[in-house]
Design a protein around this ligand. Structure first.
Ligand code: ATP
Ligand code: MG
Length: 419
């Protein structure tokens, strides 16, 4: 009897809804999965009757399934048994698969044929496999309506895939199917989660970080790099841009009334991010703002900053509570990094009483009190970047080639340091 091998079956529900675009979405997902698995002994990633099949030299393990589960576009992943189309083989695989399930009382078998050259009817396969499982698990019962576990038996060209367990994955859409965005990334809790959410919906994310350098240390830059590294499994980050904003903030603080400083810094940040978006070919900006969370995030202040943007500003967390954001940051492994509080440009020259309900005429007066265009040009001219090499579909702009700065080598993650 030929041997059974473990493979990963990747389910991607939502793509199925996309009609004519289906092929485009599937090809992108195949490409992204190959990239996500490049450090594993992966051998093939290909479409096979409604899902993707991922094979490895040797057996697929939970570790590889976990990597797959973090790739946007994947709804669920199963470590399935691939066996020959022989009754003994797939019945044994079904026994092994059900044996992997724990804490269940009832089960059913669900056979599916996507190959017409296998004669046996799916109902007969259900009956055959079901009877073998009843023999192997005498204390378990069949329940065809509400089973605790379903054993799937999929007969395809040449082989049968059998699995009982599947891990829920991140869902969303494959990165590269929704264009590119520039995301304003601090080392706080919110913006990494906002970035991840937009990336999960298929966007290639190009983060820009404003540091207080040279007036603060560069720690916020290190942390932002750690965040980019933490997001690596999702394959959504193209490149991290860093702007040393400290000296320019001092200039603003000397000219602009303290109440309007934050709004003015923000307007400069948006203007620079938008210029970068144009250079990168990105179609929107992303921020981690959530309504009313802090003084600067009132509707008036959002409007005062938004005025600068001519492309859409996405705020995926606008209706989220802090607790939800924190939970998500744990799931995407940015929580520990964001827990470290460090000075960045936001802590520099902070007013004692910031404006919470900005008046537009005052905002304009503040804006016109310094050479904002010259400042924006200069900040773009001196922008630095580090290539994350995480997103297979990211294409960098030619513009900055000559002033690439290697920011910093990889540093131990906070979680590694605890070990
Ligand atoms: P976060 O948790 O993302 O730092 P926050 O709760 O500290 O957000 P704000 O300081 O008002 O809130 O920042 C709002 C948004 O502005 C951030 O989510 C981020 O998108 C952007 N932003 C703030 N500081 C920076 C920075 N230093 N560099 C880049 N973007 C920033
Ligand atoms: Mg912050």
């Amino acid at each position: 009897m030929a041997t059974t091998k473990r493979v990963c079956l990747v389910h991607y529900h939502e793509i199925g809804l996309k009609g004519k675009n289906r092929g485009f979405f599937e090809n992108q997902l195949v490409m992204n999965l190959k990239f996500a698995l490049k450090d594993t002994p992966v051998t093939t990633v290909r479409r096979i009757s409604g899902y993707l099949l991922v094979t490895f030299r040797g057996d697929a393990t939970k570790a590889e399934a976990n990597l797959i589960a973090q790739v946007p576009g994947v709804a669920r992943v199963s470590v399935a048994h691939e066996c020959p189309r022989e009754e003994d083989a797939y019945c044994q695989a079904a026994i092994d698969a059900l044996g992997e399930a724990q804490d269940f009382k009832t089960f059913k078998v669900h056979a599916h044929k996507s190959s017409t050259d296998y004669e046996m009817h799916t109902l007969d396969i259900n009956r055959l496999v079901g009877s073998k499982l009843c023999e192997a698990f005498p204390d378990k019962k069949v329940d065809v309506h509400h089973p605790d576990v379903t054993v799937h038996v999929n007969v395809v060209q040449g082989v049968v895939f059998v699995y009982a367990l599947s891990e829920r994955a991140v869902g969303g859409l494959p990165v590269g199917t929704a264009g590119k965005v520039v995301t304003l990334l601090s080392s706080g809790f919110d913006s990494p989660v906002a970035t991840w959410k937009v990336g999960r919906r298929g966007a290639i994310c190009v983060p820009i970080h404003f540091s207080g350098r040279p007036l603060t240390s560069d720690t916020s830059e290190w942390l932002t790099q750690d965040i980019v590294r933490a997001l690596a499994p999702a394959g959504m980050i193209g490149r991290l841009y860093v702007v040393a904003f400290g000296a320019r903030q001092r200039e603003i603080s000397l000219k602009v009334d303290q109440k309007l400083r934050i709004i003015t810094y923000r307007r400069v940040m948006f203007a620079v991010a938008q210029r970068l978006a144009k250079i990168e070919g990105a179609k929107a900006l992303v921020t981690g703002e959530s309504l009313g969370q802090v003084a600067s995030q009132t509707l008036e202040n959002i409007a005062a900053v938004d005025e600068i943007a001519t492309i859409p500003v996405l705020r995926p967390l606008i209706g989220s509570d802090k607790q939800e954001i924190i939970e998500r940051s744990r799931q995407i492994n940015t929580y520990d990094i964001s827990s470290t509080t460090v000075p960045d440009c936001c802590t520099l020259f902070m007013p004692r009483r910031p404006e919470t309900h900005a008046k537009m005429d005052q905002v304009h007066e503040a804006w016109d009190s310094f050479d904002h265009d010259g400042m924006i040009d200069d900040l773009i001219d001196n922008i630095e970047y580090i290539d994350a090499d995480q997103c297979v579909s990211y294409r960098p702009p030619k513009q900055f080639r000559e002033h690439h700065v290697e920011l910093a080598p990889a540093r131990a993650m906070p979680s590694d340091q605890n070990e």
